[in-house]
Structure formats: C-alpha cells, structure tokens
Design a protein around this ligand. Structure first.
Ligand SMILES: [Zn+2]
Length: 273
C-alpha cells in the first residue's frame, strides 16, 4: 500500500494532467490519494466575483476529488496568480508538513525542469514541491516538531511540454472519469472556453453559435479536446489514451545496496536515449 500526494497550483491542474492515472491508483491499487491545491482559483474565470469563485471552486475541487475517490482535497488558499510573491520556503514547508502528515510514498506535481511552462504559479509549485520531496526527510525543514520526518521514494512529474518523460500510463479505461472530474470545475471551464472563443475572434474565424454555446456544448468541446490530447499521448505505445510523466526515484538506498527495491507501478515505457 502506498500513499500519494498530488500538489497543484489550481483546482483543475490535477484533472488536466494526471486524473486518469490517479483513478487507476485509487481503484486498481487501492492507494490513498490526497490533493493539495495551493491557490484559491480566483483567476479561473472573469464571469464571477472573487468572493464567489473562491467558494464555488473549492466545492468543485471536492466534487472532482469524489469522482476520483480521493481521501482529501486540501486548500492552501494563496491568491491565484500570485504564488511568486510568497516566500518559497513558506510554501515548501506547507508541502513538507502535508507529505509527513499523510506519509506520502509518491508525490506528483508540475515538472520543475520542463521548459515552456508559462504559468508562474505552476513554476513555483513545481520547484517548492521538488524541494519538499527531498527535504521532508530532514528534521531541520518543515514546521519544527509538527510531524516526524518522512521519506518520499517516487515522484511523477507532469508538464505541458514534457521533457525526458518516458512513462506513459494507459488510461484507456479511465479517460472518461478524468473528463467527468475535469468538468466538475464549472468555473474554471468557463475560462478555457472563453479563451477559445477569443482566439477564434482574434483570428477572424467565425465560430457561429459557439459564443452563446450552452453548457452541454461547451463541455462536449472540452471533453473532445481531452480525448484528442490523451489519444495523441497514447499513440507511441499503442494505447488508446495515455498520460505522460517524468518518473523519478528518490534516495540512495538502491545504489548503496546495489539492488532494485522500489518497484514503480507504471515503469517507464520508453527507454531514455
Ligand atoms: Zn494551473
């Protein structure tokens, strides 16, 4: 049995990047999965007031977590879009404390070393999580005396433009659960949709009817986009749908003992060059 912690900046990050894999871990492997969302998602739409969106988006994240079977969805409540302004050690300590509390064996987050990440919140989340996975075993880090030091053995890093990411997880059976969870994020899906409409308008393309698209049509459009995206990921290995990760084993014990101790649930599917 393993415990898993997913650390993300925004409510819908996990669903976009790894929810098909999470569903498999929960239901096939019966692992306990926890999610830590660092921001309050207030920039996820411009159709609502901040005070409304922060409340609604929390419930959406909890509903999405229920679709996937998460043990807990926790919120750090930093202002969306402004993680850069928070001292990173403060964010890192929050992550370290939660890793220790839930005794996470596996951590997932944005890849700190993938280029092409445009969102500052994702970059801060990636780096703080990367540091936390290493330093949670060091009693000199984290909130002193709160929890015992703990060792994280494995990390799965995801990215918009993955690099050195050789682990492809077959999510053919779970892609619809991924989409169902993603679409729980009503407030955040508005922005995804509005951006698409604005892009079309700017390029002079007439998406007749789309602007006034009903929720159902909007959701259909997003669901189709996800299916295409995961199908593209699966192509190389012949999976109908896949999610892609850069997998990393942490620690030195395997090297010291000269034997494989940590067995990845989803071993790298492609050999590194
Ligand atoms: Zn995000």
């Amino acid at each position: 049995m393993k415990n898993i912690l997913v650390v993300v900046a925004h409510g819908d990050d996990m669903e976009f990047m790894c929810a098909g894999t999470i569903y498999r871990w929960v239901h096939e492997f019966e692992y306990s999965v926890y999610e830590l969302i660092l921001t309050d998602n207030r920039r996820g739409t411009y159709r609502l007031k901040d005070s409304e969106i922060v409340v609604l988006s929390k419930q959406e994240a909890i509903d999405a977590g229920n679709v996937l079977g998460l043990k807990e969805v926790r919120f750090a409540n930093f202002v969306d879009g402004e993680l850069e302004d928070i001292p990173r050690k403060h964010i890192r300590n929050i992550i370290i404390d939660m890793i220790r509390e839930v005794k996470a064996n596996i951590v997932l987050s944005w890849d700190p070393f993938a280029h092409g990440e445009d969102h500052p919140d994702h970059r801060v989340t990636a780096l703080a999580t990367y540091e936390a996975t290493s330093f949670c075993s060091n009693p000199n880090f984290g909130t002193p005396g709160l929890y015992l030091p703990h060792f994280v053995s494995e990390a799965y890093w995801f990215a918009k433009k993955p690099e050195n990411a050789y682990t492809f997880v077959d999510i053919t059976e779970t892609v619809e659960k991924k989409i169902e969870a993603l679409l729980k994020h009503e407030t955040q899906m508005d922005l995804t949709f509005d951006s698409l409409v604005l892009e079309a308008k700017t390029l002079g393309i007439n998406l007749s009817g789309l602007e006034s698209a009903e929720k159902e049509m909007r959701n259909q459009l997003i669901a189709d986009a996800i299916r295409k995206y995961t199908a593209e990921k699966g192509k190389e290995l012949g999976y109908k749908h896949a999610e892609q990760f850069r997998y990393e084993k942490l620690g030195m014990l395997e090297m010291v003992l000269g034997q494989e101790i940590i067995k990845p649930d989803f071993p790298p599917s492609i050999q590194a060059d």
